[in-house]
Design a protein around this ligand. Structure first.
Ligand code: SR1
Ligand code: MG
Length: 416
């Protein structure tokens, strides 16, 4: 009854917002950028190109008369783009995305895209153009190495997650933030895609028939399903920090010396280990796919680099979070010597479990990754998918027994 009332009220609010909503054309995007882009010479903007290749939104690059791209206009569609209008989706996600990125920018300006303007009624935001950067996933697939990226991602996660947690915020402020970032519809997508679909027969699932036995084994694995239920329960209930909520390598731009997170429409207050685990999981998906792109022999060195990236990411995150906790924890109980490191141990074990669910859902579920899906050779692609599924399963089940990044690397080697 309570849920139905809430859904009813949020639908009324949504309908009010929808009354002003219209889907942008390229010209609308140019006009909007002129008005709200904060540029010195807005009249120089002449043209827009829609470049959105993600699952959900329209993304326009706005060019000046010289053909230089100057700014980005992003608009949420009222449905899931990769599925179509049969799957409606809240426009409020644009507000949540903009506000998450604004909050993260406050705590990690070097590593968060700058949101210049947003309008919840039109579900639109204007943001800095990152054309000098590349999407990290594409670079990882091409074996282009960015030596700073893993450390920078660890820094981003430590700063954003520490400063939005109870370690740093006053309890009243923290609770107000939790309320502001309630994101039920986007969380429901994650709850379904990560923790339900791969472990049951579901029409959204997507995997080759050749893998039927491997996937059926997930459905029959009672030990695995209990561990996944426990991870889902933590995702439901542990409002530890303002997560990005979808920090995979396709949500990260890189350049020499620079890394910027984008695309935070799944932002909400959840378990810190979810963001850390999603990030590590995507490096492991790349690890699984590399032989399909480079050949088994040449992939070996790139794979070693991925394992090093994972160690650097975790070590940077944990050391920075610990240092921030030592220096800036405001709550007297949470400041007790030893508590931050006990918390980080739990985060680590959670992260390995969530990482395993990312490996599995990206191999079996609705939304795959190019690291594996673009492998041309079918047999090799299936072998890489199988590898990701079995590695994911192992990590979920033994997550609590892996005590360090070195041990994780050893386990990954064991399951290769
Ligand atoms: C229906 S949305 C599918 C996936 O795309 C997004 O990037 C998220 O990862 C989500 O799970
Ligand atoms: Mg996204």
């Amino acid at each position: 009854m309570y849920r139905r009332l809430n859904v009813f009220i949020s639908r009324i609010n949504e309908e009010q917002a929808m009354s002003q909503y219209r889907t942008f054309t390229a010209q609308d995007a140019v006009d909007y950028a002129k008005q709200f882009g904060g540029l010195d010479n807005p009249s120089s903007l002449v043209e827009a190109q829609e470049i959105g290749d993600g699952n959900l939104n329209l993304v326009f690059k706005i060019f000046d008369a010289q053909g230089v791209s100057r700014i980005i206009v992003k608009q949420a569609l009222p449905y899931v783009r990769c599925v179509g209008e049969s799957w409606p989706l809240t426009l409020d996600r644009a507000r949540l995305e903009a506000q998450t990125l604004v909050a993260h920018y406050q705590h990690s300006p070097q590593h968060t895209v700058n949101i210049i303007h947003y309008d919840p009624a039109l579900a639109v935001m204007v943001m800095e153009d990152l054309s000098s950067h590349q999407i990290w996933r594409g670079e990882l697939i091409k074996n282009h190495f960015y030596p700073q990226a893993a450390r920078q991602l660890g820094e981003y996660l430590a700063h954003t997650l520490f400063h939005t947690s109870d370690f740093y915020l006053h309890p009243h402020e923290k609770k107000a933030q939790v309320a502001k970032f309630i994101n039920p519809e986007m969380c429901e997508i994650t709850e379904d895609l990560f923790f339900n679909d791969p472990y049951q027969i579901h029409e959204r699932n997507n995997y080759p028939a050749e893998l039927e036995n491997d996937v059926a084994a997930l459905r029959d694995d009672a030990q695995l399903k209990i561990a996944v239920a426990s991870l889902k329960h933590r995702f439901f209930s542990q409002a530890e920090a303002l997560l990005h909520g979808d920090i995979h390598s396709g949500s990260i731009f890189v350049a020499d010396e620079s890394l910027k997170a984008i695309d935070a429409e799944f932002g909400f207050y959840g378990p810190v280990g979810f963001d850390v685990g999603t990030a590590i999981g995507n490096l492991l998906l790349n690890f699984c796919g590399l032989p399909g792109h480079l050949g088994i022999r040449d992939a070996a060195a790139a794979r070693e680099q991925r394992l090093t990236d994972i160690q650097v990411l975790w070590t940077t995150f944990a050391e920075r979070f610990q240092a921030l906790a030592t220096e800036k924890t405001r709550d007297s109980a949470l400041a007790t010597p030893g508590y931050a490191s006990a918390f980080l141990k739990k985060v680590w074990n959670d992260a390995i479990g969530f990482c395993g669910t990312e490996l599995i859902r990206r191999s079996v579920g609705l939304s795959h990754v190019a690291d594996i899906d673009t492998i041309q050779d079918e047999a090799m692609r299936h072998a890489c998918l199988r590898h990701a599924i079995h590695l994911g399963r192992a990590l979920i089940v033994i997550a609590d027994r892996i005590d360090s990044a070195e041990e994780l690397v050893a386990r990954v080697r064991q399951y290769s």
